[in-house]
Design a protein around this ligand. Structure first.
Ligand code: FBP
Length: 559
């Protein structure tokens, strides 16, 4: 009997034909949607500075959509382009499917193009037409591979002029940028530039990031957070069960989430680890690295007394930037690396580089830098991303914590305060979660975000982020509209300069999700309350397939 290996998994075949559920307001297509304009808006902070930088797009009203007959939608065929920007997140292809279907429903002659490889595709004028036939191979799939992604930022006068030239050359009526906080800041900059240049092309953003830190009252979550946290939770749950079976290791698991600790918190709700560190709490309590390690040691020692030399610790990858002393060091390094590029590049070895940097740092930070293990010091000095962020996914914070914890436990042993065994296994779960097959929630949400973006585009709204909310309800009842990108901005220091950026939504210590953690963590530390969520379910009862995150549900409790 001949065996045949299929090119496409059985699940994938089934997912290709899944029809996402559209919110009621969008179900009649763009011509059946009317925009209702709210009051003028202002930025979340630094209003005068943001207004000065966005004179043409600051203060625009919020938009909410309602069912009705829209006579303003252009009858002439339009050309829309889409670009994926930044890190991958499950559901990106469905955003594109939603845009395509919305455009085609309005006019079968409308066309959608995809710039290749992220924003650099706009600058290099590399694009393809996204036809219904091409789209059919990517519906409800994970990944960004149809047109790929990238982190290029379009900000210099030259880059903006090139973007304008290519957009005009290709007669693009609207550009949809699917990205996180930095990419949507960039969308805001391009929207402002096009208005200033009197170009009729609208620019619309779509909130993407597994990190879950692009959110506010109108953007309840970014897409990908639901699927990624389900994937990580399956893996963490499996480790919890292994830990509870073998009872001999402490597992330290670093989880992606560049700045905010939302991912670690959500995974903790789903799995009940013994410890979950929350970066925002570390910052608020001004904890030092040594204090974090002391707290870890307390739990390890207490469990050892019950002969439990095992456990699970979740570490958000952004933790390092929240520790005040490390935050100050990273901020100083960001400026130093940006301002001394030539001299640093001329250094022949890592040691030479480190010496040069230490010579430029203030005494307290120089001491801290010198005290760090070489691998961590080297990781802190790695090149920043184009938006000026330190690449925390490359910093092995879990190893730093384990090394320091070992030293602490050895001291306690000498003092007769600890009599256990400590054997640690370290993991980093990051890239594993970014391209998974989107959960039912993310498949529906991304499709709605894309369809909604097509409606914004056809209404010539520029400088808006696609907003789909009321997400704890059924998709049919989700509310749609747009919120001005400038409304989410404040001023921050990036690459050594003050820049307007969309403010990241961090874990709020007064918020419901963190309060729930506080109510449970003591018990989780002492006991084995582990939960094993298992894999994402795509078929079966809605209570299994359609469930949203704890974070979203707890946040809705406050309303
Ligand atoms: P976005 O904010 O662009 O969505 O990316 C987030 C993220 O997945 C972080 O969680 C992670 O630290 C980072 O991307 C990794 O970046 P890269 O893909 O460039 O290695």
């Amino acid at each position: 009997m001949a065996f045949k290996i299929e090119q496409c998994s059985v699940l994938q075949k089934h997912r290709l034909s899944y029809k996402p559920v559209l919110p009621k307001v969008l179900q009649k297509g763009p011509a059946g949607v009317v925009a209702v304009y709210g009051k003028a808006t202002k930025s979340v902070a630094d209003q005068a500075a943001v207004k000065k930088m966005f004179p043409n797009t600051y203060g625009m009203p919020q938009i909410s959509f309602k069912a009705g007959t829209n006579k303003n939608i252009t009858k002439k065929a339009v050309r829309v382009a889409v670009v994926l920007s930044g890190g991958q997140a499950p559901g990106g292809h469905n955003v594109i499917a939603g845009i395509l279907d919305g455009l085609k429903k309005a006019n079968s002659k409308n066309k959608l193009f995809g710039f290749i490889g992220g924003p650099s595709g706009i600058l290099e004028n590399k694009f393809i037409e996204i036809t219904p036939k091409l789209m059919a191979d990517y519906r409800n799939t994970g990944g960004f591979d149809m047109i790929q992604s990238g982190r290029t930022k379009i900000e210099t006068a030259q880059q903006l002029a090139t973007a304008k030239e290519n957009i005009l050359k290709n007669k693009i009526d609207a550009l949809v940028i699917i990205g996180g906080d930095d990419s949507n800041t960039n969308a805001g900059i391009i929207a402002e530039y096009f208005k200033q240049q009197k170009i009729d092309t609208s620019v619309i953003g779509v909130p993407k990031t597994i990190d879950g830190d692009l959110k506010n009252e109108h953007i309840e979550t970014s897409f990908g957070f639901d699927t990624a946290t389900k994937i990580y939770s399956e893996m963490v749950g499996n480790i919890c069960r292994d830990v509870n079976s073998a009872r001999k290791y402490w597992h330290f698991i670093r989880l992606m989430g560049r700045s905010a600790s939302h991912i670690a918190l959500e995974v903790a709700f789903k799995t009940h680890p013994n410890i979950v560190l929350i970066g925002e709490e570390v910052l608020a309590k001004k904890m030092t690295l040594a204090q974090i390690v002391d707290n870890l040691a307390k739990v390890v020692v207490a469990r050892a007394k019950d002969e439990k030399n095992f456990g699970v610790v979740l570490v958000p990858e952004g933790l390092i930037e929240f520790i005040p002393e490390m935050k100050a060091l990273i901020a100083a390094l960001n400026d130093l690396l940006a301002q001394n590029e030539k001299q640093i590049n001329a250094c022949k070895s890592f040691e030479e580089k480190k010496k040069f940097i230490i010579s430029k740092l203030p005494a307290n930070l120089a001491k801290l830098m010198a005290s760090l293990p070489s691998n961590i010091a080297a990781q802190l000095m790695l090149e920043r991303d184009p938006h000026g962020n330190v690449q925390v996914s490359l910093i092995e914070t879990e190893k730093l914590l384990v090394e320091m914890l070992k030293t602490k436990l050895a001291e306690l042993k000498k003092q007769g305060k600890y009599n256990g065994k400590f054997s640690a296994i370290m993991h980093f779960f990051g890239y594993e979660g970014r391209c998974g097959v989107p959960s039912a929630f993310d498949a529906n949400y991304t499709y709605a975000l894309g369809y909604n973006a097509s409606v914004l585009a056809l209404n010539k709204c520029s400088g808006y982020l696609s907003s789909v909310k009321n997400l704890v309800k059924k998709p049919q009842d989700w509310q749609c509209g747009g919120i001005p990108l400038t409304m989410m901005m404040n001023m921050e220091r990036r690459n050594g300069k003050e820049k307007p950026v969309i403010k990241k939504a961090l874990v709020e210590l007064k918020g419901q999700p963190f309060k729930v953690l506080c109510a449970h963590r003591e018990v989780w530390a002492k006991t084995e309350s582990y939960v094993f969520p298992g894999p994402i379910q795509y078929y079966g009862p809605a209570e299994i397939t359609d469930i949203t995150t704890y974070t979203l549900r707890f946040e809705h409790l406050k309303k």
